[in-house]
Ligand binder design. Structure first.
Ligand code: KIV
Ligand code: ZN
Length: 389
């Protein structure tokens, strides 16, 4: 492997599987095909398109996405039983590149549900991963709730999965319980300890219950993981999954300390964020990193003045790099004269200094009563000025 290859991080998007599991986020068949096409076009490496045994609709969506895929590997989810795995294999078989992702809950809490002993579960993992590998070349295995699984048992079951033919080992932080230092350390120690670990790709799959999914995912990469599982806008169960746009832009922006690369065309981020928001019905919060309405907007006078002089004063990313036309300087009660003049210039108005001074007084008066002052408001304020003259 070259140094560059060692720094390549694969992006595994699960918007259509874990994201859609979010209560109320169900998408139609056509919407899923559209999102899958956008993910493929933006350079996502692996698309987890659904859970084929879960419903006829999921099976149909995964099959159709597999048929239409161009560059991305298409993956389906399966529990640790032959019926799930067979159904999944049937759905992904149409893809140029396919993957079966099979999982079982390995923590004490999750082992108690099927009431399996450690040995019985270990045997099940061996049988199901072997079965999946007999059907496809590329198999991902996940010990669900890995971050709350006993260390010795986790090492033991990962070794079994690798020996049975798993090509990717995913370490899910199913309930968003881990913290960044722990996340890095866990992956690092697993890679150092488990026999055969250097032959497979380690993946990180984080949930955001404590708001640490992005940090935990990047820490896992620092520990040696080379696949990040994520969703657009962080859509997902409870507080959601790691947001694709956040990890990708973090690696791009701070490549000096996170020297990893993805193949994502970041200029396609805004378009897919908006589309996922529309089809899922989940609005993006205005102050959401990267894709929120305010992520590249500056209202206060000091910030607007700085931005008009040098964009690097208050922006660490270029809005164009995420697919926005540019920075926005909305006018509100915190805005200053420089931003007002800039806005009028953009609207094609040239005002003498004394006219600007008068308008600024009327503008501040209005801004005190209104959340945002729009172009039409400014036109109205200028008319009042003309009438007064
Ligand atoms: O969060 C989780 O553990 C999952 C598994 C199915 C990988 O989504
Ligand atoms: Zn998950």
């Amino acid at each position: 492997m070259t140094t560059t290859d060692q720094n390549r991080v694969y992006i595994f998007d699960t918007t259509l599987r874990d994201g859609e599991q979010s209560p109320g986020a169900t998408m139609t068949h056509e919407e899923k095909l559209e999102i899958a096409e956008m993910l493929d076009d933006m350079g996502v490496d692996i698309i987890e398109a659904g859970f084929p045994i879960a419903s006829e609709g999921d099976f149909r969506a995964v099959s159709e996405i597999a048929k239409r895929s161009k560059n991305a590997r298409i993956c389906g989810l399966a529990r640790a039983n032959f019926a799930d795995i067979d159904r999944c294999a049937e759905a992904v078989k149409h893809a140029g590149l396919s993957r079966i992702h099979t999982f079982i809950g390995t923590s004490p809490l999750h082992r108690a549900i099927p009431n399996l002993t450690k040995d019985e579960m270990a045997e099940k993992i061996h049988e199901t991963v072997t079965h999946a590998r007999n059907l496809v070349e590329n198999v991902q295995w996940s010990p669900m709730d890995a971050t709350r699984t006993e260390w010795d048992y986790l090492c033991r079951v990962i070794e079994i999965a690798i020996k049975a033919g798993a090509t990717t080992i995913n370490i899910p932080d199913t309930v968003g319980y881990t913290a960044p230092v722990e996340s890095a350390d866990l992956i690092k120690r697993l890679i150092e300890t488990v026999p055969g670990a250097d032959e497979v790709v380690f993946a990180t799959h984080c949930h955001n219950d404590l708001g640490m999914a992005t940090a935990n995912s990047l820490a896992a990469v620092a520990g040696g993981a080379r696949q990040i599982e994520c969703t657009i806008n962080g859509l997902g169960e409870r507080a959601g999954n790691t947001a694709l746009e956040e990890v990708v832009m973090a690696m791009k922006t701070r490549n000096d300390i996170m020297p990893w690369r993805t193949e994502i065309d970041t200029t396609k981020i805004m378009a897919i964020s908006r589309r996922v928001s529309t089809v899922s019905g989940f609005q993006v919060q205005p102050n959401k990193a990267i894709v929120g309405k305010n992520a590249f907007a500056h209202e206060s006078g000091i910030h607007q003045d700085g931005m008009l002089k040098n964009k690097e004063t208050f922006e660490i990313m270029r809005p164009e790099d995420v697919g926005l036309a540019g920075t926005s300087l909305p006018l509100g009660k915190h805005s200053g004269r420089a931003a007002l003049r800039d806005k009028l210039d953009q609207m094609g108005y040239e005002l003498a200094d004394n006219q600007l001074k008068d308008l600024f007084v009327r503008f501040k008066d209005l801004a005190d009563r209104k959340k945002e002052v729009f172009d039409d408001d400014l036109i109205a304020l200028m008319r009042i000025g003309e009438d007064d003259a």
